[in-house]
Design a protein around this ligand. Structure first.
Ligand SMILES: [Cu+2]
Length: 146
């Protein structure tokens, strides 16, 4: 009889362990402002740690390949154009989160999306709406600052 309760509580703990990141993200997502990719405690996750590899001043391509944006974090001066190119065999999107600054809609395999960056300077987070684990970030710099 006692053993039954032990198993029952172990089951509840196991279920909570699996579901808590999802529950956490639902609640955190409503309050975390412009930092949508913060990670649940104890869960390995480095979405905020993407290194900046490029500063784009005219025209740059962001590849979508193997369900990831590359480069995932890019500096862009105002007036430059970004082109997302879908090299995968599945559809993706490039969708700004929180800011609502842009939304590519569905980019089919082999498709592309152009964005001329006329946004206020600052950091803009985006994701693929089909695969929200695909995240990226553009850092808009004032025109003429580089
Ligand atoms: Cu996707």
């Amino acid at each position: 009889m006692k053993r039954k309760y032990v198993y029952l509580s172990l089951e509840i703990i196991a279920i909570l362990a699996v579901t808590y990141p999802v529950i956490w993200s639902v609640y955190a997502g409503t309050t975390s402002g412009n930092a949508p990719f913060s990670c649940p405690p104890l869960i390995p996750c480095d979405n905020n740690a993407q290194p900046v590899s490029t500063t784009c001043t005219t025209f740059c391509i962001i590849n979508i390949q193997n369900a990831a944006f590359s480069p995932a974090n890019i500096n862009v001066t105002q007036g430059a154009t970004l082109e997302w190119v879908n090299l995968d065999s599945i559809a993706h999107t490039s969708t700004a989160v929180y800011s609502g600054a842009w939304n590519s809609g569905v980019i089919p395999p082999g498709g592309h999306f152009l964005l001329t960056v006329n946004l206020a300077p600052g950091t803009y987070y985006y994701q693929c709406n089909v695969h929200p684990f695909m995240t990226g970030q553009i850092n808009v710099l004032p025109a003429g600052s580089t």
